[in-house]
Design a protein around this ligand. Sequence first.
Ligand code: FAD
Length: 566
Amino acid sequence: MNRKEILSALKNKPGVSVLIVGGGIHGIGTFRDLALNGVDVLLVEKGDFCSGASAASSHRAHGGIRYLANGEFRLVREAVRERNRLLQNAPHIVKPLSTAIPIFKWLSGLLNAPLKFFGMLDTPSEHGSLVIKLGLLMYDAYTEARGAQRTVPKHRFFWRKKSLARWKHLNPNIVNTAVYYEGAILQPERLAVELVLDAESENPNARALNYVSMVGGMDDTIILRDELTDENYDVHPKLVINAAGPWIDFTNRKLGLSTGFIGGTKGSHIVVRHAELREAIGENEFFFENEDGRTMLIFPLYDHVLIGTSDIPIEHPDEARCTDEEIDYFLKLTRRIFPDLNLTRHNIVFQFSGVRPLPRSTAKAVSQISHAHSIEVISGDWTNLRFPVYSLVGGQWTSFRAFAEQVTDKALAYLGLARQKDTRSVPIGGGRGYPPDATERKRQIESLSAWTGVARERLSVLFERYGTRAETIATYMNGGTDFIVRALPDFSLREIVFLVQHEKVCHLDDLLLRRSMLAMLGRVTPEMTDELARVVGNELGWDQEKKAAEVRRTLSILTDRHGVRL
Ligand SMILES: Cc1cc2nc3c(=O)[nH]c(=O)nc-3n(C[C@H](O)[C@H](O)[C@H](O)COP(=O)(O)OP(=O)(O)OC[C@H]3O[C@@H](n4cnc5c(N)ncnc54)[C@H](O)[C@@H]3O)c2cc1C
């Protein structure tokens, strides 16, 4: 069903078993799990899918080694397993990531975990070699634990001399480096949309709408507003799942529920174009702490470098922006690791900021706030609502599946249904049938090329972007006259049209920011926005005025939120 059909079906039949409010990774993960279990479920997202906290992540599928210092062993164990599952289920987007920790001390931080456990630790500090070694041993053990499959190699330590030979621009003041493996979620926004599409294709009673807000509710009714037309819709759910991330308390307030679940912290990133830095890090992420224990990363993002992040308490998630002070901090800490590479503000092509939906906490330092997830249930006569509301607090991109599984189990129990399927080894989108090695990949591309008539080189690019969905896209491209987009020689018209028609694009910025990496990799130009506005507009029935308005909207978002100057 397309957007119009979903909305008109809602008018005729407003009853639904589960309404999910919020289309970040936790809402979407739960949507997919419920869909796979045959539940009729509606998801509404006030903006585009994966445009809140889930679009602001550091792109890491990680076990959270630093949470060991907070004594959160269960959390780390779960996250390591989920990281491994993501590597297996979404191999087109989540890739093994060699992670180097440059270490400047030997013994520091040794007592953090036990002191934290006994409530005696106020201020975190940078960790030394010994403590990192212990953490990595534990990490390796979790990766090999019963039932888990080894998806990444074990950690290694390199002495100073070897480290400096390996990375010649590295700060010579290090004592050694540790190298271990995590996962890189190269396109989180794409992964999220593919989960939505998988869910809908699996279950005709699972429907997801972007640009629809939950604006109020009472008794047995929730009021939704279509943000594209301003029209309101009533729905009658049996259960509401509030997956509004950092907006959870604001969303509960719309239902007359006064909650204080979230104590969010802002985190920002910059994306830089700097050939020497990109070459210096190779295919390794550099993950390290500053002197007060806050973590930073320098991460290979295609031919660019992603640098972040900060951790700053913030009241309203709408206000999150990457500030000049944060940029100074990122540049300073990058210089600490690679002192002779001259990285400046001129190298920044994109910046972004978001708010972690962390539980409200009394911890004295933000790095000590738990990153665990929980389901807060509100129900009862006092609420003026005839359905319970589950709020999904905390969590990590990496562990979304496990969190969604717990929420789904609870929802199924409430609805009196039994679980039919679990999602542990269900492939996601273009990860389905993904070739296990380069030879098989080459073979798949060759046979696809013969089958669809699309050139091999072009198919390799599609494969890189969409995994095995390249087959559907190439077949579509071959079904009509196709030509290269003038301002974007590595994209073709029908590829873009496919994304618009099949991936719920409503605004031009959905395409530039979330269905593709064009904005994040600093590729947007005024000519490109004009050309793409024409292509998208022709599909969505925009007149000239609307096309111009879409270009203005996109440029304003890019300037205001992402520091892009065209
Ligand atoms: C700076 C930063 C770095 C991070 N790095 C990592 C990392 O490297 N690895 C990792 O595993 N995790 C990371 N995380 C954590 C992870 O990104 C978040 O925990 C996760 O994305 C939260 O997802 P969510 O679905 O709960 O929230 P969101 O993604 O914020 O989703 C909530 C959605 O609800 C919508 N919404 C709000 N109100 C309404 C309403 N009334 N009606 C309809 N929709 C509504 C919002 O528009 C939003 O899209 C990071 C987070 C941040 C901020």
